[in-house]
Design a protein around this ligand. Structure first.
Ligand code: ADP
Ligand code: ASP
Ligand code: MG
Length: 409
């Protein structure tokens, strides 16, 4: 007998029929002799609807009340699934985050899990129940409801699997695994049999929202065996694993991630002297704006240009801050661009393959895509390009690195 944590995302519980189908699937695992803890998301679209309701009242509701509001979506699904299991003659019990006591810090809307009390869950499992837990939510030390950030039910699933030392954490979603790139964007994307935690973490951080970043961090840290599967069709899914040292021939590139969430700020013609980068970027970080890519270039006339990217939602604030400091720095001009995209190739195999960057840049140049910024780390290369070329760039790189599926597959 093994203990399995199964997380079902929004589409997988998107209607009463889907919830009944989940109940059948869970029943199958119980029949096979497993203990099952189920984590559910809100029915698809529900979280967005709740946020829209709040915004009908005001633009910036307090984070505390937002959490009270959005956490209700998951609670609905837990009860419906429990009922569907009861209808099938199963023992099942639903819990919200606070009832379990998923203790988090007090950062509303982006809380981090600190501790999970597993007593009630273990007792219920031991008495033959399926335990259903609302994803995405917890409670802080003072009893306030918190939520874990969009996509946070993945993290609830992994954290519960870690706390219960489950044999596997299964993330059921609307695709049958992790693909070489988003299959909604590239038809020839291919399902991966397995991907390393490191690669998955990069993919998630660089825009592949199939798993919440925090959930991958958690799984890596606590060595939770993690699998992404389809709730719609049977199959092996994708296993997220530790790197297999014996595998000499890891492909250079495992996958391609992209995002359209960033915007670019460029400060032109600042006198090139010590402290310039600090003077431009210091005030931005003091305003709690996260900066991603940073590039500095020196011109022949002893001035320098600094370009950096921020989240699109922060562009206006970043621009205002930089315009204010640019004046005192004697900068020639400040420019911004909200229509950029970042495309990244990811793979642990890059460590042992040469010429990956050259292949990437050649492939993009051959289809006329201009690269605006480049950043690299040991297992990824990212380029910032004009947003209108995003799909072309992803498709081109997908072929250039031999990731396209063949018809036989
Ligand atoms: P859920 O509601 O089940 O949590 P999400 O919408 O959060 O589902 O995540 C699944 C979606 O992630 C897929 O429908 C797919 O479009 C998208 N996605 C992005 N990148 C990838 C990738 N590399 N592999 C698989 N799916 C991806
Ligand atoms: N319902 C939440 C969201 O839509 C959490 C989740 O589904 O993981 O972001
Ligand atoms: Mg999700």
């Amino acid at each position: 007998m093994s203990l399995i944590v199964q997380k079902f995302g929004g589409t997988s519980v998107g209607s009463v029929e889907r919830i009944e189908a989940v109940a059948d699937k869970v029943s199958g695992f119980v029949d096979a002799g497993h203990q099952v803890v189920v984590v559910v998301s809100a029915m698809s679209g529900q979280t967005n609807k709740l946020i829209a309701l709040a915004n009908e009242i005001m633009d910036t509701p307090t984070p505390r009340e937002m959490d009270v509001l959005v956490s209700t979506g998951e609670q609905v699904t837990t009860a419906l699934l429990a009922m569907a299991l009861h209808k099938r003659g199963r023992k099942a019990k639903s819990y919200n985050g606070s009832q379990v006591r998923i203790l988090t810090d007090d950062s509303h809307m982006k809380a981090r899990i600190r501790e999970i009390d597993d007593h009630k869950i273990r007792a219920d499992l031991d008495s033959g129940h399926v335990v259903i837990v609302a994803g995405f939510q917890g409670v802080d030390e003072n009893g306030n409801i918190t939520t874990l950030g969009r996509g946070g039910s993945d993290t609830t699933g992994v954290a519960l699997a870690a706390a219960l030392k489950a044999d596997e954490c299964q993330i059921y979603t609307d695709v049958d695994g992790v693909y070489t790139t988003d299959p909604r964007v590239v038809d020839s994307a291919r399902r991966l049999e397995k991907i390393t935690f490191e690669e998955m973490l990069e993919m998630a951080s660089l825009g592949s929202k199939v798993l919440q970043i925090r959930s991958v961090e958690f799984a890596g840290k606590y060595k939770v065996p993690l699998r992404v599967l389809s709730s719609f069709k049977d199959g092996p899914g994708t296993l997220i694993t530790v790197e297999d040292e014996s595998e000499m021939e890891a492909p250079a590139v495992a996958g391609i991630a992209f995002n359209r969430d960033e915007a670019k700020v460029t400060v032109l013609g600042v006198p090139d002297e010590p402290g310039v980068a600090y003077n431009v970027l210091g005030p931005v970080s003091e305003a709690n704006i996260e900066v991603d890519v940073i590039v500095q270039n020196v011109a022949e006339d002893d001035t320098t240009d600094i370009t950096f990217t921020v989240h699109r939602n922060d562009l206006k604030r970043a621009e205002d801050i930089v315009r204010a400091s640019a004046q005192s720095l004697g900068a020639r001009e400040v420019k911004t661009d909200g229509k950029i995209a970042k495309v990244s190739i990811v793979g642990v195999g890059m460590r042992s393959h040469a010429g990956i960057a050259a292949t990437m840049f050649r492939a993009l140049s051959e289809v006329g895509v201009n690269i605006q910024l480049i950043t690299t780390s040991e297992i990824k290369i990212s380029v910032v390009i004009d947003e209108k070329f995003l799909e072309l760039a992803v498709r081109t790189l997908h072929s250039a690195f031999g990731l396209d599926s063949t018809d036989e597959e």
